[in-house]
Design a binder for this molecule. Sequence first.
Ligand SMILES: O=C(O)CCC(=O)C(=O)O
Length: 408
Amino acid sequence: MLNRQIRGSSPPPRGGDGNHVWKLWATGLPQLHVQPLKQKQAYTIGSILQHYISLWFSLLSPIQYAQKNGNGLKGLVDAGLETLPQQYVQPPEERLDVSELVSKESLPTIDVSNWDDPEVAKSICEAASKWGFFQIINHGLPIELLESMKSAVHGFFGLPNEERRKYWKGQSVSNTVFLTTSFSPQSEKVLEWKDSLNFHYKPGDNESSASWPPVCKDQVLDYIKRAEFIIKRLLQVLLKSLDVEEIDKAKEYALMGSVFVNLNYYPHCLNPELTAGIGRHADLSTITLLLQDDIGGLYVRAPEGNGWIHVSPIDGALVVNIGDALQIMSNDRYRSVEHRAIPSRSRNRVSIPIFANPGLDASIGPLPEVLASGEKPIYRQLIYGDYLRYYLAKGHEGKKTIDFAKKG
Ligand SMILES: O=C(O)CCC(=O)C(=O)O
């Protein structure tokens, strides 16, 4: 059977009388399935209008159900899908091909229990240059904190549709949190199998969190504040090796003046091999600190060739990756590397990236310290907010985005 009735806990607001059956036509045209006007019902303008409003809602595609009504992919999956909607089927060239998996290599895992150890600094900088990605252990964040963050994500996405919908992008009750689905649904040809609750945190701002969802607010705030220390230490180490001895206030703003935290939720998927939880992309941050659960599914482009390396979950570890902003500032000494995530067939995967970004009005470009010896700048000077706007206006497209910042 292709169709299943959408039976989310609470249908979106509509003009019907509650008797309507909502049908989901999973892969093709939506199926018409509307209650006829009741026999004894008087044909008032209101009832006729109501009938046509119901007709309109019954034509909803899965995408409208997920997006326009703010139920998200979570709502759509909960409603009971039996096939993968066509809109989520990636073209063959964008599916993860198992023959491209590189199993003999794995990302470096770095023990950072002593940040002042020159060997630790060396490993971090080498990993940032060669791989663009690495995992850190013994970073000081207790396992209970990491577990409580993962539970907080499940807590939020476990809320009924109408509770989650309060934060839906464009109508969120908070100025600094919004819920969204896929990445850039209005400009993507194929949708990504993911919902995400996105937080914008300004370091030092304790007020905006008052409007954050109560079910996860305390955990997110606590986590960001404690993770900030690790981000700072990583940036100090990475910048020192670029001959930047001190990170003053202006540099700090250019490195981490705006912080985004995403609670990513990848519902289980009937055909993970056909879809992408998140498509090939590189981050636009300076660095990203990612907490993933034990399910796995994150793949990183191998340093050589076209292969992909699976980032095996390590209990208590955090994944670190370099973003485009630091690749630009370091004039390619550090690499922002393509990565993607594939959902699980049987479990709902969560991940929590913290993106440390330059301030939106910060001017970024290759650092003077890097160019001091006469090295030619590969990138121009640009306002970070312009890069962000450019990046967000399109679907994911691998490493192409950084060309925007290249010198003409
Ligand atoms: O979920 C993951 O493992 C990766 C998430 C990611 O790449 C992102 O949110 O940009």
